[in-house]
Design a binder for this molecule. Structure first.
Ligand SMILES: C[S@@+](CC[C@H](N)C(=O)[O-])C[C@H]1O[C@@H](n2cnc3c(N)ncnc32)[C@H](O)[C@@H]1O
Length: 271
C-alpha cells in the first residue's frame, strides 16, 4: 500500500474528478511533498492538467499517463495567454467533457487569479471545486525557520503583493500596523516599497528576509534589515520567485536555524 493509499483509507475514499468538472487546485511552492492528497488525486484522474509556470516539474510528473499537460503561464518572455483566454479554455475543456485539473502554484486563491477563474466557471455553469495549496508565503517562512506568528510578538500577519492592478497602493497603513509583512511578487518594486514602508513609519533596522525559490532545490535565504534590503538583494543577485518577510519574527530564525531539519534539506533534482 502506498502512503497515499494509507492516507486515503483514513477518509471516505478518493474524491472523483468527473467528466465536465474542473478542479482548481494549489500545487504548493515546489516540493511535491507539499502537495495535498486531493491535488494528487486530481493529477492522477485528470484528462488535462492546465498549469502555470511556477508548478514544479516534480509535481507535474505525478500526472496520470492519460493526462495531457497544457501550459498556461508566462515563460521566456513569450506572449502569455491572457487571463480571459485561460478562463475560457477551462470552460471549453469542461464543456468538451474533459476531467480538468487547473493547477496553480501555491494556493489558487492567494495572489494567483484563481478567484477570477472560479467566477468564470461559476458564471458558465461549470461544476468546479477549489482545493487549497500551501501558499509560498507560509512555505517560505517555514523553510527559512521564521515563525509566522509567535505569542507575545505578533497577533496578525499581513500578506501583500508588491505588484498589482493599483500601482498607487498606500503602504503607510501596513507599516503602521506593527505586524509582520509577507510580500509576494515584490522583487521588481523592492526599492520603492521598502522606501514607502520606512516613510510610513517602519524602522529602518526592522529585520527583513528574502526567501527565493522556497521548497525547491534552488532555495536561498538572505537575512538583513529593511534599510539594506534592496542593496543586499542586488548584491547577492536575488531574483523571483521570492518572498520577502519584514518584522521582528525574522529575528527568531537565528534561534531555530540549524535545528529545523526540513529547512534546506537535500532534494532530488527532477529531470
Ligand atoms: C502569481 S504569485 C502566485 C502565488 C501563489 N498562488 C501562492 O499561493 O503561493 C507568484 C509569487 O509567489 C511567490 N512564490 C511562488 N512560489 C515561490 C517559491 N517557491 N519561493 C518563493 N516565492 C514563491 C513569489 O513572490 C512569486 O512572485
Amino acid at each position: 500500500m502506498t502512503a497515499s493509499d494509507t492516507l486515503s483509507a483514513q477518509r471516505t475514499g478518493v474524491p472523483v474528478l468527473a467528466p465536465g468538472h474542473v478542479w482548481l487546485a494549489g500545487a504548493g511552492p515546489g516540493d511535491p511533498g507539499l502537495l495535498t492528497l486531493d491535488a494528487l488525486a486530481g493529477l492522477q484522474q485528470a484528462d488535462v492538467v492546465v498549469h502555470d509556470a511556477l508548478v514544479d516539474q516534480g509535481v507535474l510528473a505525478l500526472a496520470g499517463k492519460q493526462a495531457r499537460l497544457e501550459f498556461a503561464g508566462k515563460r521566456g518572455g513569450k506572449p502569455s495567454a491572457t487571463q480571459v483566454d485561460i478562463s475560457q479554455r477551462l470552460v471549453a475543456l469542461a464543456r468538451a467533457g474533459q476531467r480538468v485539473l487547473r493547477l496553480k502554484g501555491g494556493d489558487p486563491f492567494v495572489f494567483g487569479r484563481g478567484g477570477e477563474e472560479a467566477m468564470t466557471l461559476a458564471a458558465a455553469g461549470i461544476p468546479f471545486r477549489v482545493i487549497p495549496g500551501v501558499t509560498a508565503g507560509l512555505a517560505a517562512l517555514a523553510a527559512a525557520s521564521i515563525p509566522a506568528t509567535l505569542r507575545g510578538v505578533n497577533r496578525a500577519v499581513i500578506f501583500a503583493a508588491g505588484h498589482g492592478a493599483e500601482e498607487n497602493f498606500d503602504w503607510a497603513p501596513l507599516a503602521r500596523a506593527g505586524q509582520p509583512i509577507v510580500l509576494y511578487m515584490v522583487m521588481h518594486n523592492l526599492e520603492r516599497i521598502a522606501a514607502d514602508l520606512m516613510a510610513g513609519g517602519l524602522a529602518p533596522r526592522t529585520p527583513a528576509a528574502i526567501i527565493a525559490a522556497a521548497a525547491t532545490p534552488k532555495e536561498r535565504v538572505l537575512v538583513t534589515t529593511l534599510e539594506k534590503l534592496f542593496a543586499d538583494a542586488q548584491e547577492q543577485k536575488f531574483e523571483p520567485p521570492a518572498i520577502v518577510a519584514i518584522g521582528e519574527i525574522v529575528d527568531f530564525r537565528s534561534r531555530l536555524r540549524g535545528k529545523n531539519v526540513t529547512a534546506g534539506k537535500p532534494r532530488k533534482e527532477h529531470k
